[in-house]
Every structure is written in structure tokens, then in C-alpha cells.
Design a protein around this ligand. Structure first.
Ligand code: C2R
Length: 159
């Protein structure tokens, strides 16, 4: 198994069913990843350690998914210089609007790339696009994948 370039972290094990969609684009494009539970609220020491060590372990992009009062992505972006792609996970009471608002309204100077509610697939794709900037082989695979996606969209409307 090669060294993980993408770390997919989530606030709770309960986020896994939403976050596992991030794996598909990474696996399709041949990008090594790891998955971990890290919570700003419940495991602050683990969060600090993870953020301080991630770049030293070869991680280049972090995908952070959390629901409700979702501070995880913002806190990760506050501690590490690595790019952070945020996934607001849908919550029981407010259907993910709380997660979205928590993640998207970052203060100027600390950026996260926030995706749509529950759209972990696009988070994986965004991470791949970031890595492709410095990897011509990955760029070629990404372009091929986009092409086959376009090809799969039928033009004729079936009534
Ligand atoms: N938003 C956060 C953070 C955080 O932002 O640090 N840590 C856990 N959580 C969220 O709490 C929700 C409920 O978690 P449980 O199901 O474990 O009670 C999850 O969606 C998780 O992401």
C-alpha cells in the first residue's frame, strides 16, 4: 500500500455512511488515502496532533466531514497549512443546514473548500483535482474520467 496523500477525517464514526462516498473518485483515479475519526469537540488533543503531523506523514489534502455544530474543518484549517475540503454532513434536526453554515462562513484568512451537504463524492474529486496540479499522469487520468462521465450522459430524453 502506498503512502496516503489524502486524509479523510470525520467527527464521528456515525459520519462514515455519508463520508464513504469520498472514496470512489480517489480509488478510481489511483490516489492513496487514509480514514480517521477526529473531533475538534470530543478529541481536541488528537485533532492538534493530527494537524501538526499530517504534512510530515506525506498528507497533501485533508477532507473533513462533520455534522451539526461542525467546527472540525475550520479548526483543521486553523492549525495546518494543508488544503482542507469540507463536507457538511446532514444532521437529524436541521438536515445539514447547521453543518453547512458552520463550515462555509469562515473568517477571512482561514480558508476551507466547502462542498454541498452530504456531497463527499465531490470532496474526493476536489482533492484529486488539487493533487493533479502537480502530477501529469493523474491529470491524464482525471481528463479521461471526465470524458467518460460526459459520454455516459445520454442526449435523447426517454419519455
Ligand atoms: N461536528 C462534530 C465535531 C466537530 O466539529 O469537531 N465532532 C463531532 N461532530 C459531529 O457530531 C455529530 C453527531 O455525532 P454522534 O453520532 O457521534 O453523536 C456527527 O455528525 C459528528 O460529525
Amino acid at each position: 500500500m502506498s503512502q496516503a496523500q489524502v486524509s479523510i477525517i470525520m467527527g464521528s464514526q456515525s459520519d462514515w455512511t455519508a463520508m464513504e462516498d469520498a472514496l470512489a473518485p480517489l480509488e478510481t483515479l489511483g490516489i492513496a488515502y487514509e480514514t480517521r475519526v477526529v473531533s475538534a469537540h470530543r478529541t481536541p488533543d488528537r485533532l492538534y496532533r493530527f494537524c501538526q503531523e499530517a504534512h510530515l506523514r506525506g498528507i497533501r489534502v485533508i477532507i473533513a466531514g462533520a455534522g451539526g455544530s461542525a467546527h472540525l474543518a475550520g479548526m483543521v484549517a486553523a492549525i495546518t497549512h494543508l488544503p482542507v475540503v469540507a463536507v457538511p454532513v446532514s444532521s437529524r434536526d436541521l438536515k445539514g443546514m447547521d453543518s453547512l453554515m458552520s463550515m462555509v462562513q469562515m473568517p477571512r484568512g482561514v480558508a476551507v473548500a466547502c462542498q454541498g451537504i452530504g456531497n463527499a463524492f465531490n470532496a474526493g474529486l476536489m482533492a484529486a483535482q488539487m493533487l493533479a496540479l502537480s502530477d501529469p499522469e493523474l491529470t491524464r487520468r482525471l481528463i479521461d474520467w471526465r470524458h467518460s462521465q460526459s459520454q455516459a450522459v445520454v442526449e435523447e430524453v426517454r419519455g
